[in-house]
Design a binder for this molecule. Structure first.
Ligand SMILES: CC(C)(COP(=O)(O)OP(=O)(O)OC[C@H]1O[C@@H](n2cnc3c(N)ncnc32)[C@H](O)[C@@H]1OP(=O)(O)O)[C@@H](O)C(=O)NCCC(=O)NCCSC(=O)c1cc(O)c2ccccc2c1O
Length: 279
């Protein structure tokens, strides 16, 4: 295994953000509240994900969490929206606005042309559960990961990827059980349902995630991107088509035809496409 020499990219209050050899690691850092997110957390997450998205040297992002809690030693991935920051229209940040901006983070994860792996060391609950669902892959701690949906307890329901996409993943009956009953599921149970890719001994969780990332990085970037967008397409409607088709347009730009089309316009002449209608 190559040496993991994480370098901090930027200092934040609610998250940590590091990079090493093509991998970005973004981690929740509020372990004493089970890594609940407040508006500051979601703004920081968005900022870090945007940076990873723009960095051409990054191919895989790990969404992980620091911990355990210094209060009771319990590990968590994320327990969803910070209920102390919840106002009557959303989660209230320092600017006083009520937001549901975790959904913007979800969209960035979903539409970024890179693989995003949820690394779940402990509780994945509510909006934290939805975040693991929207990631491309999930690795979970054998000893400490617990998956749970409390949305119906606190009247804050994710009717998008968190539930409807989950149903595509684990089946309708199981998804309804997860949301309607709000039970705890172990990493092994989550694996058997199809919402976790691998159950990993806790000590090896982070190193395994890094190894999976390196395996992905050895593949063709265009293939990973097109495959992710192709698999997203059917569930994302016209936006899914737009994202996939945008990349098809980019590939078309690279052809001789495209260069001829552009050059002919600039040279004020008719294009000569030297047509080959390849079947
Ligand atoms: C996660 C738990 C099941 C863990 O239980 P445990 O018994 O281990 O720990 P404690 O309950 O004692 O918690 C320790 C400590 O952390 C604080 N804390 C935990 N979670 C949160 C939280 N989400 N917000 C605020 N604080 C939290 C807890 O108060 C304790 O503090 P002390 O000071 O007493 O030490 C259990 O903690 C739990 O059930 N947590 C709540 C889970 C939850 O309901 N989350 C919200 C779901 S809704 C959501 O996340 C959501 C957010 C959005 O922005 C959306 C936007 C758009 C659509 C949908 C959204 C959405 O669904």
């Amino acid at each position: 295994m190559s040496q993991v020499n994480w370098k901090t990219v930027k200092e934040y209050e609610d998250i940590t953000y590091k990079k090493c050899n093509g991998v970005a690691r973004i981690a929740f850092n509020r372990p004493n509240v089970r890594n609940a997110f407040r508006p500051k957390t979601t703004s920081e997450l968005y900022d870090a994900f945007y940076d990873a998205n723009e960095d051409v040297n990054i191919g895989v992002v790990l969404l992980s969490a620091e911990g355990p809690s210094t209060k009771d030693g319990i590990y968590s991935f994320c327990s969803g929206g910070d209920q102390k920051a919840r106002g009557h229209q959303g989660y209230v940040g320092e600017d006083g606005y009520h937001r549901l901006n975790i959904l913007e983070v979800q969209r960035l994860i979903r539409f970024m042309p890179k693989a995003v792996i949820a690394v779940v060391p402990g509780w994945a609950v509510g909006g934290g559960h939805s975040l693991h669902v929207v990631c491309d892959l999930t690795l979970a701690s054998k000893e400490h990961a617990i998956f749970k949906q409390t949305d119906a307890d606190v009247t804050s329901f994710d009717g998008g990827y968190g539930s409807a996409y989950l149903a595509k993943m684990v089946g309708q009956k199981k998804a309804r059980e997860i949301f309607f009953l709000g039970r705890n599921y172990s990493a092994q149970e989550a694996y058997e349902m199809g919402m976790v890719n691998a159950v990993i001994p806790h000590e090896a969780l982070e190193s395994t995630a890094y190894e999976w990332a390196q395996e992905i990085l050895a593949k063709s970037p265009t293939s990973i991107k097109m495959l992710k967008f192709a698999m997203n397409l059917t569930d994302d409607g016209m936006v899914g088509q737009q994202v996939f088709a945008g990349e098809a347009t980019r590939l078309a730009y690279m052809t001789e035809e495209a260069k001829e089309g552009r050059n002919a316009f600039l040279e004020k002449r008719k294009p000569n496409f030297d047509k080959k209608w390849i079947p």
